[in-house]
Design a protein. Structure first.
Length: 182
């Protein structure tokens, strides 16, 4: 009836349907990623406001809550096009499998852990930006640069965490009290 009877037309029709399905799937994944990003941006703000509320004993001092919101790090995460997820009381983030990490809030401390492939200059730059957004520290950035330049498996302790090179990866773990503005 409507289907062609010859083999060539049938193959072309199947290829066309396959391309339509492939395109629709790609568009759906892109839309899902954009929606997820907006959802987790709200989640990050909501989590910080919840922590602020707990630290203040449920008070309604909006200025203090906003001061406790990790806005520089939140802006960095949103601008860096990370894939975000939330599991085990951690906000997980990753980018092109070259940079990954998490942010965790517990016991009145905020902790960030980052892991990046040294072979990709852009991923190392992302680590520098994350460190500066979370807890600006010239010592942390210079320690990362020193370890990468030396290409030696080593850990350098910082006052608020550590920087470590393991093979082709650099790992950074930093903490800061939640009582200070993030």
């Amino acid at each position: 009836m409507f289907l062609p009877q010859d083999t060539t037309s049938m193959v072309l029709l199947l290829i066309a349907v396959g391309l339509i399905v492939f395109s629709a799937r790609a568009l759906f994944k892109k839309a899902k990623k954009a929606l997820r990003k907006r959802y987790f941006a709200g989640l990050i703000s909501g989590k910080a406001l919840l922590i602020g509320t707990l630290l203040l004993g449920g008070g309604d001092d909006v200025q203090t809550l906003l001061r406790l919101t990790p806005s520089p790090f939140q802006q960095f995460m949103l601008a860096s096009d990370f894939d975000l997820d939330y599991r085990d009381n951690r906000i997980l983030f990753s980018k092109d499998k070259a940079v990954s990490g998490y942010v965790q809030f517990e016991e009145q401390r905020a902790t960030v852990f980052l892991s990046a492939e040294i072979g990709y200059p852009q991923s190392v730059q992302t680590v520098y930006e994350a460190v500066n957004a979370f807890a600006p520290s010239a010592q942390a950035v210079s320690s990362i640069q020193e370890l990468i330049r030396q290409k030696v498996n080593r850990r350098i302790l910082l006052p608020n965490g550590y920087v470590e090179v393991k093979g082709s990866k650099v790992e950074v773990r930093l903490e800061r009290p939640l009582a200070t503005p993030l």
